[in-house]
Design a binder for this molecule. Structure first.
Ligand SMILES: [Zn+2]
Length: 268
């Protein structure tokens, strides 16, 4: 794994500095197993940037009711996830896919975590971004970061992990979903839940000239101005409401977005 110094020089090569705000998506799997570890990455981010935010989602809090709204990207009824669902609390571990950075960050004394039971974010010097989240606006922190001229950072992760694109989908008016999560107050309704990210890599060619690359331990890392990313992705979805959906047979969420597009076309 890259050392602290390698991360620092990679971030400099990306043009990041003391005024940078970053929405980070990191997976350390593609990097060599060696000295360093997640603490080196977290330390280098903290030393380089002003505001650091990363998704700290907890999908194991989600439950599925017997009935609910139609075209909601899921099948209702006795869902296997219901048996293992847990109540959200601020120390609940982050989903394994997001854990490489979010877990050490969550335990970092200076870090804070927002309180959304399924879509929380973890941040350093990010109080305002975290405060922009509510049950009604789960991606408020992403909106705040875009308005604050943040960059999206992709480290060992591709666009399928890019939460900035989910914010663009919401802005473009794409169908969002309703989910339910367990809290100490009981199950709460989580509105504006984002859809499936499996088709998001199709955005790459449209970001040429916007995205910046650097190499750390032989792996490319990428920074993209969040505001530009959202502009490109939302513009594309407005032009083609099926843009960035996946082709996986049986994807309930993408199927229901396609259905909503057909319904819109039919009502015109
Ligand atoms: Zn899909």
């Amino acid at each position: 794994m890259p050392s602290y110094r390698e991360w620092i020089s990679g971030f400099r090569e990306l043009g990041l500095g003391p005024h940078s705000r970053v929405l980070v998506h990191a997976s350390l799997a593609p990097f060599q197993p060696d000295a360093g570890g997640p603490e080196a990455l977290l330390g280098a981010l903290t030393a380089t940037c002003e505001i650091i935010l990363t998704p700290a989602f907890t999908s194991e809090t989600l439950v599925v009711p017997p009935f609910g709204p139609a075209y909601n990207g899921l099948r209702y009824g006795d869902h296997p996830a219901n048996r293992d669902a847990v109540i959200f609390h601020s120390d609940l571990p982050v989903d394994p896919l997001l854990a490489d950075l979010a877990e050490p960050m969550r335990r970092y004394p200076q870090a804070s975590r927002s309180g959304h039971p399924a879509l929380s974010f973890c941040g350093l010097r990010a109080a305002q971004a975290l405060a922009a989240q509510s049950l009604e606006e789960p991606l408020g922190p992403v909106r705040w970061m875009a308005e604050a001229d943040a960059d999206v950072l992709l480290i060992g992760a591709d666009h399928r992990r890019n939460i900035g694109i989910h914010h663009a989908e919401h802005l473009a008016g794409r169908r969002q979903f309703v989910r339910w999560a367990l809290t100490e107050r009981g199950a709460v309704t989580c509105a504006q839940f984002p859809g499936c990210p499996d088709g998001f890599n199709a955005i790459s060619p449209r970001l040429e000239g916007i995205a910046r690359q650097a190499t750390v331990s032989g792996q490319e890392i990428t920074a993209i101005p969040l505001r530009d990313l959202v502009h490109v992705a939302a513009g594309w979805i407005r032009e083609d409401p099926r843009a960035l959906l996946c082709d996986r047979p049986g994807c309930e969420r993408c199927a229901d977005v396609r259905q909503s597009v057909r319904a819109d076309a039919g009502s015109r």
